[in-house]
Design a protein around this ligand. Structure first.
Ligand code: ADP
Length: 543
């Protein structure tokens, strides 16, 4: 017997229509690329999204066509999120920090027809336009007064001119909720970027989960600032979650340094934020150096890389900000697990709460997880066994664009995350490593993440990374690579001494090498591939 309920499709356009009707004056505040702060309410944002949709139809954009964006977090990018997906076209957000070769590869692979670009990112398009035969229009996201001249891109269009004169009265079309809505490529830290195609259904379901009390608990009383870029897994869904829940949205534009983020948070009384660990390190240091406090901030969702425990402690001790540790992937829309205090746990002493926050979190409803051994057999969720992590759920990828990466999918519907983890009896998940980064010493695994986090707590250490180096007896041994804090002169022996008691003795890195800067990829993660290349001729001390 089937249920007798209506089968209404879940569509992204419903979110913006709902926000326009329910929260017309709740603001989106943007630091624009042109300079000034721009503010308007969800009603105006919805009208302009419709004007944009009408303009896209005028340019000949059809359902299923890919529309690329190379842009920071800002209100015009917000309008593209709704205007493109709303007419059944596919929003393809490109990461401006990628190399020109990657940008060209991805735009061609996606077959982008139109590309929207922020004013200060136009040189990226100019650098690759000769290699993009499928792109018919390039639109600069600015007004006429700021329009640049370009000798390289013919017939540049101006965003404000494109939408001006459009009525903004379009009624969003209805279609199958499984229709593609947006497209995001994996950041390519582990091989060629692969396309992840989200659907309207997966996006709406993921958004409901993000808004829920178990994750961010968003309400009209909140003001949310996603530092995580709108080109990094749809800003982790916050660009949908804020309008759905009536929260105000603050978009920081290109200024992601500690001082600029602090100023915006302070002026707009931001209470919830989200981003990768590297940006928070810059913000915490800015506050420390200038004696500032994050007065309105209550929680921040941090993920994308493991969070050093020292960061969780600092946020709480120095700012009373609760860190929500999240783990996820572009392939998972992205959220899979997040810190969730179970009944009674919030009352625990600080150190015990931080123990919970230092783990990657507990799965949110909708995400199933299991760990398996090399032969694919299930391992126990006992907090001891560690294995390849597999996931499944309604907002998890079912296949990559154009059938690539088939090896990541099992025949019975699970996705191989490429992460190695443990799962505890209470479902808490702890990532040991990426399977490609794990160090195999004498047949046992050493977690590069645990070593890095421990080393980050050492006075004088600004940043730490660990890679495996070939060893004649043990196969591989850990090499710790450290960037010193400005003015610090911490030595190899001091770092090794600091680690005593914090890690298993046999995990102690065989050597510590100091370098000026650790390379980061386009989404802020440590680029282990570049570090391995840097140390390819290095041999461990033999003593
Ligand atoms: P890419 O896979 O291309 O690097 P993603 O941004 O999708 O891009 O990265 C997902 C990966 O990032 C995860 O598989 C995991 O290895 C890592 N990651 C994300 N969040 C965390 C976290 N909280 N702790 C440890 N690793 C994390």
């Amino acid at each position: 017997m089937l249920g007798l309920m209506q089968d209404r499709p879940l569509l992204i356009s419903q979110i913006i229509d709902f926000a326009a009707a329910s929260y017309p004056d709740v603001e989106i505040v943007s630091r624009s690329v042109e300079g000034p702060i721009h503010r308007y309410g969800y009603r105006d944002a919805a009208r302009r999204s419709k004007q944009l949709a009408e303009a896209l139809l005028g340019l000949g954009v059809k359902p299923g066509d890919r529309v690329g964006t190379i842009a920071w977090n800002g209100y015009r990018h917000f309008e593209l999120y709704y205007g493109v997906s709303g007419i059944g076209a596919v929003l393809h957000t490109l990461n401006p920090r990628l190399t020109p070769d990657h940008v060209a590869y991805i735009a061609n692979h996606a077959e982008d027809k139109v590309v929207f670009v922020d004013l200060n990112l136009l040189p990226i398009v100019e650098g690759v336009i000769d290699r993009l035969p499928l792109v018919k229009h390039v639109v600069v996201m600015t007004d006429r007064a700021h329009m640049p001249a370009s000798s390289k891109v013919k017939n540049l269009l101006c965003y404000e001119e494109l939408i001006a004169g459009q009525p903004g009265t379009l009624v969003w079309p209805e279609f199958d909720e499984r229709t593609a809505s947006s497209l995001c490529y994996t950041s390519g830290t582990t091989g060629n970027p692969k396309g992840v195609v989200y659907s309207h259904r997966s996006t709406v379901l993921h958004t409901w989960m993000m808004c829920s009390g178990a994750v961010l608990g968003l309400t009209p009383d909140n003001t949310v600032l996603p530092v995580v870029p709108m080109f990094h897994a749809n800003a982790w869904g916050l660009v949908y979650a804020a309008p759905m829940s009536g929260s105000a949205l603050v978009l920081p534009g290109p200024a992601l340094d500690g001082a600029s983020i602090y100023a915006l948070m302070d002026a707009e009384k931001v209470d919830i934020s989200a981003g990768v660990p590297t940006v928070w390190l810059a913000l915490l240091n800015h506050c420390e150096q200038n004696g500032l406090k994050l007065a309105a901030m209550k929680r921040t969702l941090i993920g994308g890389s493991a969070i050093p425990r020292a960061m969780i402690e600092r946020f709480w001790r120095e700012h009373e900000v609760e860190v929500v540790h999240g783990w996820g992937m572009t392939e998972m829309s992205p959220l899979g697990t997040a810190t969730r205090f179970n009944r009674g746990e919030r009352a625990l002493p600080d150190q015990q709460r931080h123990d919970i926050q230092a783990k990657q979190g507990r799965p949110v409803f909708g995400v199933e997880m299991k760990i398996v051994d090399d032969a694919g057999a299930d391992l126990p969720k006992d907090g001891v066994a560690s294995g390849d992590l597999l996931v499944r759920g309604p907002w998890i990828v079912n296949g990559y664009m154009k059938g690539e990466g088939k090896g990541a999918f099992t025949s019975d519907g699970w996705f191989h995350t490429g992460d190695v983890s443990k799962i505890e009896p209470d479902q808490s998940m702890v990532i040991t490593d990426r399977s490609k980064d794990v160090i195999k010493s004498g047949g046992e695994w050493i977690s590069s993440i645990d070593l890095e986090n421990a080393a980050m707590g050492c006075p004088g250490v600004a940043e730490a990374a660990v890679i495996g180096v070939a060893h004649p007896k043990w196969d591989e041994r850990p090499l710790l690579i450290v960037v010193r804090k400005p003015g610090a002169d911490v030595s190899k022996e001091q770092v090794q001494e600091f680690l005593v008691g914090k890690i298993a003795k046999w995990w102690t890195p065989d050597d510590v090498q100091f370098i000026d800067a650790i390379p980061h990829g386009a989404t802020g993660k440590i680029l282990k591939t570049a570090l391995r290349a840097h140390f390819k001729d290095y041999t461990l001390p033999t003593a």
